[in-house]
Ligand binder design. Structure first.
Ligand SMILES: [Zn+2]
Length: 281
C-alpha cells in the first residue's frame, strides 16, 4: 500500500527500467526472458484517489479483452512489458517496451495505451499470471499498488531441476541457511510449483495459490515470480535474495557440501531479535 504523494507515471517507468536492468545484471533475464508489471488504483471506499494519465507517454489507444474478468479493478491501471521485449532495454526507452492498460467498467475489457515507438504486438504472454496475481493480492489485502516480476535466475532455476529441491521444506531449509538477511526478507520462504507450460492457465493458478503464501515462487525448470506492494524494485530484490541463496547452495554442492550454513538455533536467534514470524525452522 502506498501513501500520497503517489509516484508519477515517469517515476514508475523509471523504476521498472531500473528493476529490469538489475535483473539482467544478476543474470536473471537473458535475451528477452522475463516480464514485469505494476498495478495501481484509487480506493474510492477509503477516499484515496490516484489518478494517472497514460496518454502523456502512451497516446495510441485500442481495446483488448482481459485474460480474466476483474470487475472490482474497474478503473485500475496496469503498466506491463511487451511480448519479446528485453527487460534490460526498458530503462532506455520505456514507452517502446511497455504498455498501459486501464480496466473498463465491468472488468472484462481494457483500454490498451501504447506509444508510436511501440516494438511489440501484444503484452507479455505471461500477462494472465500477472493479472491474476495482482487481482488476488489486491482483493486480499486492499492495497492500492502491486508489482510483479518474472525472471529466470540461473542458480535457483538449476536447483529446481534437482528432485530433492522440489520439496518446499527441503528447499527452504537449505536455501535460507546461508545469510542472516534471507529469513528476514523471505520469512514465508520460497514457494515451489511443479513444471507447467509457460503462459498456461495451470501456471497462472499455481502462481496465485503460491504467492498468497509466499513473496516469491519458483516455477520448476523455468524461473521465478516475485511480488511486492511497495515497489517493483522491492519485487526484484526478492528475486536477488533467492538467487543469492541458491548461489551459496550451488557453491556448496560443488565442494561436497562441506559448508553447514547457519544452524537452526542461530536462525531462531535472528528471528527472535528481529521479531520475524516464520515456520520453516
Ligand atoms: Zn520465462
Amino acid at each position: 500500500m502506498l501513501e500520497a504523494p503517489y509516484p508519477e507515471l515517469d517515476d514508475l517507468l523509471k523504476m521498472m527500467g531500473e528493476a529490469g536492468r538489475h535483473l539482467a545484471e544478476i543474470e536473471a533475464s537473458e535475451g528477452a526472458a522475463g516480464n514485469i508489471s505494476v498495478c495501481l488504483r484509487s480506493r474510492k471506499d477509503t477516499g484515496t484517489v490516484w489518478h494517472m494519465e497514460p496518454r502523456t507517454r502512451f497516446p495510441l489507444i485500442s481495446e483488448i479483452e482481459l485474460p480474466q474478468p476483474v470487475p472490482e479493478l474497474a478503473g485500475a491501471t496496469f503498466i506491463v512489458s511487451g511480448s519479446g521485449r528485453r527487460l534490460r532495454e526498458i530503462i532506455d526507452e520505456p514507452a517502446a517496451n511497455l504498455a498501459c492498460i486501464v480496466v473498463d467498467e465491468g472488468g472484462k475489457t481494457g483500454k490498451l495505451y501504447t506509444s508510436y515507438q511501440r516494438r511489440f504486438e501484444r503484452v507479455t504472454s505471461e500477462f494472465n499470471s500477472h493479472l491474476a496475481v495482482h487481482y488476488d493480492q489486491m482483493m486480499a489485502t486492499g492495497t492500492n499498488f502491486h508489482a510483479v516480476v518474472h525472471a529466470q535466475p540461473l542458480h535457483i532455476t538449476y536447483l529446481s531441476h534437482i528432485p530433492r529441491y522440489q520439496d518446499e521444506q527441503y528447499l527452504n531449509t537449505h536455501l535460507l541457511r546461508w545469510q542472516p538477511e534471507t529469513i528476514i526478507n523471505l520469512p514465508e520462504g520460497i514457494g515451489f510449483i511443479p513444471f507447467e507450460v509457460p503462459g498456461s492457465s495451470a501456471l497462472m493458478a499455481g502462481n496465485v495459490a503460491a504467492l498468497r503464501k509466499h513473496r516469491i515462487v519458483i516455477w520448476s525448470k523455468h524461473g521465478v515470480m516475485a511480488r511486492s506492494d511497495i515497489s517493483i524494485k522491492r519485487a526484484a530484490d526478492r528475486v536477488e535474495y533467492a538467487e543469492t541463496a541458491a548461489k551459496y547452495e550451488y557453491l556448496n554442492l560443488g565442494v561436497n557440501e562441506i559448508g553447514t550454513g547457519l544452524s537452526r538455533d542461530e536462525i531462531l536467534a535472528i528471528c527472535k531479535t528481529f521479531s520475524i514470524k516464520q515456520n520453516i525452522f
